[in-house]
Write a protein that binds this ligand. Structure first.
Ligand code: V47
Ligand code: SF4
Length: 364
């Protein structure tokens, strides 16, 4: 096998296999990776690059787990712990709504004491006040936690949340599927099968979802390929994933502090994911984790989505990320245009948005 044979496969629309993906991942011919990623990217998205005007809200960072890569989680008595009641969540949501956001991205820790009713009431309250704003809420790990504390099945939990207003699931909690890595960085976290099963159930109930992969710590190239190889068959089966999101590890303030990810790894991960995951429409370049400049470069290495304005991200900022806490739409558009792409404002489900009123100054 050589890189030209793999490129020929990609050009002809044939699938690459895991061996090919590993070969690409280990290749130094990053120009060839860029060319191949461009082919798959164009098939799905032409020259468009998307962004969304959204607001992240974390309801609590109190968590009964203690993943080694996480600087966000706190025990309830620790000074940086916070938990917002529904009124406070509503206040934060109102702040976002007045700025014209179309999506709330809501996740939190696995809180030992919040009752199941809190999560259902939270969505119902937000949906009642903001019927037009999409609720992308709760990772598969949180959904599984809700099932445990309520004694309900995953399916029933998802049905309750959909009935209360849930619009889609974010992709978090996947980390790295290889058990060797999980044993070292998140030993108590749900098994891969359970993560997959939550997303399969969500897709069956009509929800779309995203899938993430946390990289840039102790994983090997084989484990990266193993991760994406878990996602492709599920997507063949359900077609429910919208976006794959590589999350570059931020090590500050974590128990893995000092590990460092390199620029070429970012590039390889984004490009090879784009080429291998030929059935997932979008690859996200998540600027809060990558940093704005690297995120822009990824738009030429397979990524077509820039996430969004974000506004008040906490998970990576508590882990020492120096990227801004919010990005105005005009800056996103400029970054996209300079990458030679056509910026398109989207909603959560990638429908294009035409704004009748301009965004307020802080988000414009
Ligand atoms: O699951 C935690 C990761 C995830 C760190 O679906 C860290 O649109 C890097 O999933 N360094 C949550 N990553 C974030 C997430 C996400 C973000 C943006 C968009 C979407 C989407 C989903 O953050 C966690 C975990 O994998 N994480 N700590 C860290 N120190
Ligand atoms: Fe808790 Fe999620 Fe952090 Fe793990 S990654 S400690 S589950 S908040």
């Amino acid at each position: 096998m050589n890189i030209h044979e793999i490129e020929e496969k990609v050009r002809s629309g044939a699938r690459i296999n895991e061996e090919d993906a590993l070969f690409l991942f280990e290749s130094n011919d990053v120009h060839a990776l860029g060319r191949m990623a461009e082919i798959v990217r164009r098939r799905w998205n032409g020259n468009k690059a998307y962004y969304v005007v959204n607001r992240h809200i974390n309801y609590s960072n109190v968590c009964e787990d203690h993943c080694k890569f996480c600087a966000f989680s706190q025990k309830a008595h620790e000074p940086r712990a916070f938990t917002y009641d529904i009124d406070e969540m509503l206040r934060r949501a109102e702040e976002g709504a007045s700025l014209g956001v179309v999506e709330f991205h809501i996740v939190g820790g696995l809180h030992p004491d919040l009752p199941y009713s809190y999560y259902v009431d939270l969505l119902r309250t937000l949906k009642t006040h903001f019927p037009d704003i999409h609720l992308k809420c709760f990772t598969a790990v949180e959904i599984s936690h809700f099932a445990r504390i309520s004694g309900r099945s995953i399916e029933d939990v998802l049905k309750d949340l959909i009935e209360a207003g849930l619009g889609s699931l974010p992709g978090g909690g996947a980390e790295m599927f290889a058990q060797r890595v999980r044993d070292k960085i998140c030993p108590n976290k749900m098994y891969v099968d359970e993560w997959i099963s939550v997303h399969r159930t969500a897709h069956r109930l009509g929800l779309r979802s995203n899938a993430t992969m946390l990289y840039g710590h102790i994983e090997t190239p084989e484990e990266i390929v193993d991760h994406i190889a878990h996602l492709r068959p599920l997507q063949d089966e359900t077609r429910g994933f919208l976006t794959f999101i590589p999350l570059r590890f931020q090590s500050r303030n974590t128990r893995l502090e000092g590990l460092m990810c390199t620029g070429l790894k970012d590039l390889r991960v984004h490009a090879v994911s784009r080429i291998y995951l030929d059935n997932i429409p979008h690859i996200k370049s998540y600027w809060t984790m990558l940093g704005v400049k690297t995120a822009q470069v990824m738009l030429r290495f397979g990524a077509d989505d820039f996430d969004g304005t974000v506004l008040d991200e906490k998970i990576v900022h508590m882990a020492g990320s120096t990227s801004p806490k919010l990005m105005p739409a005009s800056s996103i558009r400029r970054l996209i245009e300079e990458a030679g792409r056509e910026p398109v404002e989207r909603d959560t489900l990638f429908n294009p948005i035409e704004r009748r009123n301009p965004l307020p100054a802080s988000l414009a």
